[in-house]
Design a protein around this ligand. Structure first.
Ligand SMILES: *Cc1c(COP(=O)(O)O)cnc(C)c1O
Length: 395
């Protein structure tokens, strides 16, 4: 079967809520994906950083298969022997006291919103139903109705209202604007340390540290959405570490399962998640033994293979190579670790198409930005190969 057959099926039966490149993937291994026509591509998107460990990582696959042969779902009506060890290992790695496991990233963001509101009412003493959460222009936190309601992107929210109240928007990168927006009813500030979907937008140096200090001074919780930037992607375990910031609330997803399965989590100390009582929150699949076994293997790979160090070193190397490309189309190269955005003066789609012709998969984001975020297992030789093609198409 060739690609066109599958493209036709997608176009006929799937809602058209995406505009994918017409590559029909049938299998993948490590940094490589293979399409149904027998072509091979270097993946430079990593499923939006969900496959930081590389596609179908053998250690994660073995853990998944072994767990599938034992038990996959218990629901939280009962306990299982995977969730506790998973959360212990996750807390040990990240330095938080508690975790609440969910599935998709958006669910974890929703969970964080609920947890910080509860903290706002029960610890900070905000009057009932008055809690405010400050968010940033250009944010991306997921696709639920509440979350799109506080997006600044018309495409994400138009005709999906009415929107949930309680969210205040400030410009990204402007710490003074955050401080000015805080009121006695502010429960939390929700921020991405680098705005991924917003176009790999890196805030000014010191922004995270300053905003974290402002939050601490005003008794406001600092929530980092590190669903895309976390777990090694930027050359640190969390991107907030580049500025020495330890968020009060950390949201993770994507690479938490290495792409095998939706696994997300909210991490905090006892002061926040410790407020939740039976009945307050839940998810049929959240904390299930299959997801937990996969999560355990996925974070072990990050540690065992030093993916954080690889991202730091190879990211600096890749970025350096991209910076040296002398193309009239390039406006800016930015990012940290293997999370690199190349902003162009012109729409990026045709360059993504041209790279695909040369065996490299990237996707334009925000029209004019090419995001390069390969699996963190990528080698220097593979980066050299990719950089030559990137240079060639941008000439
Ligand atoms: C992908 C992403 C989400 C949403 O995750 P889903 O699993 O798609 O729901 C939220 N926040 C950020 C920063 C993301 O990159």
């Amino acid at each position: 079967m060739n690609s066109q057959h599958f493209i036709d099926l997608d176009e006929t039966y799937s809602a058209h809520n995406y505009h994918p490149l017409d590559v029909v993937v049938e299998r993948a291994e490590g940094v490589w994906v293979y399409d149904v026509d027998g072509n091979k591509y270097l993946d430079c998107l990593s499923a939006y950083s969900a496959v930081n460990q590389g596609h179908c990582h053998p250690a994660i696959r073995e853990a998944a298969i072994a767990q599938m042969n034992r038990v996959t779902l218990t629901s939280r009506a009962f306990r299982n022997d995977q969730m506790g060890p998973f959360l212990q290992e996750l807390c040990d790695m990240t330095g938080y006291e508690m975790a609440l496991p969910m599935n998709s990233g958006a669910e974890a963001v929703e969970t964080a919103v609920k947890a910080v509101r509860k903290w706002g009412y029960e610890v900070k003493g905000i009057p009932d139903n008055q809690a405010e959460i400050i968010v940033c222009r250009g944010n991306f936190h997921g696709r639920t109705t509440t979350i799109v309601g506080f997006s600044s992107e018309p495409a994400y929210k138009r005709h999906f209202g009415p929107y949930a109240p309680g969210f205040i928007m400030v410009p990204y990168g402007d710490a003074a604007a955050l401080e000015a927006a805080i009121t006695p009813n502010t429960a939390a500030f929700l921020v991405e340390p680098i705005q991924g979907e917003g176009g790999v937008v890196t805030p000014p140096d010191g922004y995270l540290r300053e905003t974290a200090n402002i939050c601490a001074r005003h008794n406001v919780l600092f929530i980092a959405d590190e669903i895309q930037t976390g777990l090694g992607r930027t050359g640190k375990l969390f991107a907030c570490e580049h500025e020495g910031v330890r968020p009060d609330v950390m949201v993770v997803g994507k690479a938490l399962s290495g792409g095998f399965y939706p696994v997300s989590a909210v991490l905090t100390d006892k002061e926040v998640l410790g407020l939740l009582r039976p009945g307050d929150h839940g998810s049929t699949f959240g904390g299930n033994p299959l997801g937990a076994a996969i999560g355990r293997a996925a974070i072990k790979v990050i540690q065992d293979e030093d993916l954080i160090g690889r991202s730091r070193d190879l990211g600096a190397y890749f970025k350096g190579r991209l910076e040296r490309i002398e193309s009239e189309h390039i406006k800016e190269v930015r990012g940290k670790g293997l999370f690199i955005g190349v902003e162009l003066h012109v729409p990026a789609r045709r360059f993504a198409e041209a790279l695909r012709e040369r065996g490299i998969l990237v996707k334009e984001t925000h029209k004019t930005v090419l995001r390069f975020a390969p699996p963190l297992i990528i080698t220097k030789e593979q980066i050299d190969w990719a950089a030559e093609h990137i240079e060639a198409v941008l000439m």
